[in-house]
Design a protein around this ligand. Structure first.
Ligand code: ADP
Length: 405
C-alpha cells in the first residue's frame, strides 16, 4: 500500500512516498525555488544503512503544476512509483483548517471550496497548500486525496483556552481565536511517548515541545490538546528562528507610528526578521549556539531568551495540567540540542522535573528518556515524523470513508 505525502509551500514542494506495511520511505524529495531560474528537484531513494541516494535534477520549474509533474517523473524513473494507480492515496498537509476542519478529510470539490474559505485565516500558508491540492486533483483525479490539518489536533481546546480577551463579535464575525499549529507533530510524539512509556495515551498528561524553525508547546490532558502556544497564526508563543513569539501587541501600533511601516511590512518584520534572527542575526540554532560558545553576547542572550520562554510555558502548562507524566522534546532543536533541553528544564526540581546530564548528552537518534532516576516527571526526546503521521491519517481517513460505521 503506497501513500504519497505532499507539503506544498509558496516556492517549494516537499514529498515522501511511503510503503505503509512497514511504514518505510520508498522515496522522498523537494522541489525548490519554483519559478526561479535556479529551481531544482532533489530526489532521494533509500540506500544501505539508513542513507539516501540523492539525484539533483536542475531544470527550470515554472510553477507548482510543473513541479508536481517533475515529481511524478522522478518517482517513475527511479521505479518508486511506476504509475499513479499504485497509490492508495495522497495526503496533503494543510496549515489552517479553522473550526470547519476538525479532522482529516477526503477531498471533494466541496472540500476545496471550504479550504478556499480558510485562506484569509492563513494567507501566508494556505494558498500554496490549496494550489498543491488543486493541481494534484487535476493530474491524478482517480487517486483518493486527503487533507490533514496542522490545526486539527488542537480543536479539543476548551473555550477558556482558545478565546482571546477581545470583543466577542471578532470571534463570531471574523473567527478570531487561538487555533494552534504543529498539531500533527504534537499528536505523533504524544502517541510515541505513550508507546514508549507503555501506557495508553488516554491515561497520560503531557507537555510536548516542538522546537524546529517554528516552535510551539502543547498541554495534553488524557491524550487531548487542551492548550497550545501558537495562536490564531503561528506567530504567537515561543521564540522561533525568525518569529518573535509572544510580544506586547501594542508594539505593533508603536512601530507603525514611529517608523511609518505598513501593516504588511510589520507582519513581515515579526515573522521573518525577529526571533533568534532579530536578537543575534542568525536564525539557525546551530549557528546561534556556536556564536554563543565563541562569546558573542547577543547570541548568548538569544539562547537565554529562547530557553527562558520555553521554561515559562512548561511552568504555565504544569499549572494548567495539575499532574504531568512527561515532557517531550521534538523538532530539530528539541531532538538535537542537549544544551537547550537542559537550560529549559533547569531549576524545575521543585516541580519534579530533573534532567540527567549524561543521558541528555548522549547522541542517540531514537526515542529515549533523559530524566534522572529521582525525577517524578519523565523527560523524553522523540524524533517527530509529520509526514508519516500524515500518511497514517490519510490511510485511516480513506478506509473510514470506504467502510462507514
Ligand atoms: P523545520 O521546522 O523547518 O522542520 P527542523 O525541525 O529541522 O526545522 O529544525 C531546524 C532547527 O533545528 C534549526 O534551527 C537547526 O539549527 C536546529 N538543529 C538541527 N540540528 C541541531 C543540532 N545538532 N544542534 C542544535 N540545533 C540543531
Amino acid at each position: 500500500m503506497k501513500v504519497l505525502v505532499i507539503n506544498c509551500g509558496s516556492s517549494s514542494i516537499k514529498y515522501q512516498l511511503f510503503a505503509m506495511g512497514g511504514c518505510s520511505v520508498i522515496a522522498a524529495g523537494v522541489v525548490e525555488r519554483i519559478g526561479e531560474a535556479d529551481s531544482r528537484l532533489i530526489h532521494r531513494r533509500p540506500a544501505d544503512s539508513g542513507r539516501f541516494d540523492e539525484t539533483v535534477h536542475a531544470q527550470s520549474i515554472l510553477d507548482h503544476r510543473d513541479g508536481l509533474q517533475h515529481i511524478a517523473a522522478a518517482l517513475r524513473e527511479s521505479d518508486a512509483l511506476r504509475d499513479p494507480s499504485e497509490l492508495f492515496g495522497i495526503g496533503h498537509r494543510v496549515v489552517h483548517g479553522g473550526e470547519a476542519f476538525q479532522r482529516p478529510i477526503l477531498i471533494s470539490s466541496k472540500v476545496v471550496e471550504g479550504l478556499r474559505e480558510m485562506v484569509p485565516l492563513a494567507p501566508l500558508h494556505n494558498p500554496a497548500n490549496l494550489l498543491g491540492i488543486e493541481v494534484s486533483l487535476e493530474l491524478v483525479p482517480d487517486v483518493p486525496q486527503v487533507a490533514v490539518f496542522d490545526t486539527a489536533f488542537h480543536q479539543s481546546m476548551p473555550p477558556h483556552a482558545f478565546h482571546y480577551a477581545l470583543p466577542h463579535e471578532l470571534y463570531t464575525a471574523h473567527h478570531v481565536r487561538r487555533y494552534g499549529f504543529h498539531g500533527t507533530s504534537h499528536y505523533y510524539v504524544a502517541k510515541q511517548a505513550a508507546s514508549h512509556l507503555g501506557k495508553p495515551l488516554e491515561a497520560l498528561n503531557l507537555i510536548t515541545l516542538h522546537l524546529g524553525n517554528g516552535a510551539s508547546a502543547a498541554a495534553i490532558r488524557a491524550g487531548k490538546s487542551i492548550d497550545t502556544s501558537m495562536g490564531m497564526t503561528p506567530l504567537e508563543g515561543l521564540i522561533m528562528g525568525t518569529r518573535c513569539g509572544d510580544i506586547d501587541p501594542a508594539i505593533h501600533f508603536f512601530l507603525a507610528r514611529t517608523t511609518g511601516k505598513s501593516n504588511d511590512e510589520l507582519e513581515s518584520l515579526l515573522n521573518t526578521e525577529s526571533g533568534l534572527k532579530g536578537i543575534c542575526g542568525k536564525n539557525d540554532m546551530r549557528e546561534v549556539m556556536s556564536l554563543s560558545d565563541s562569546g558573542d553576547d547577543r547570541a548568548r542572550l538569544a539562547v537565554e531568551m529562547y530557553c527562558y520562554r520555553i521554561k515559562k510555558y512548561i511552568g504555565a502548562y504544569f499549572a494548567v495540567l495539575g499532574r504531568v507524566d512527561a515532557i517531550v522534546f521534538t523538532g530539530g532543536i528539541g531532538e538535537n540540542a542537549a544544551l537547550i533541553r537542559q537550560r529549559a528544564c533547569e531549576g524545575l526540581a521543585a516541580l519534579g522535573i530533573i534532567i540527567d546530564e549524561r543521558r541528555n548528552k548522549m547522541p542517540v537518534r531514537e526515542a529515549r528518556e533523559i530524566q534522572r532516576n529521582d525525577s517524578a516527571v519523565s523527560i523524553l526526546v522523540i524524533p517527530t515524523d509529520e509526514e508519516l503521521e500524515i500518511a497514517t491519517q490519510t490511510v485511516a481517513c480513506i478506509q473510514a470513508e470506504r467502510e462507514p460505521g
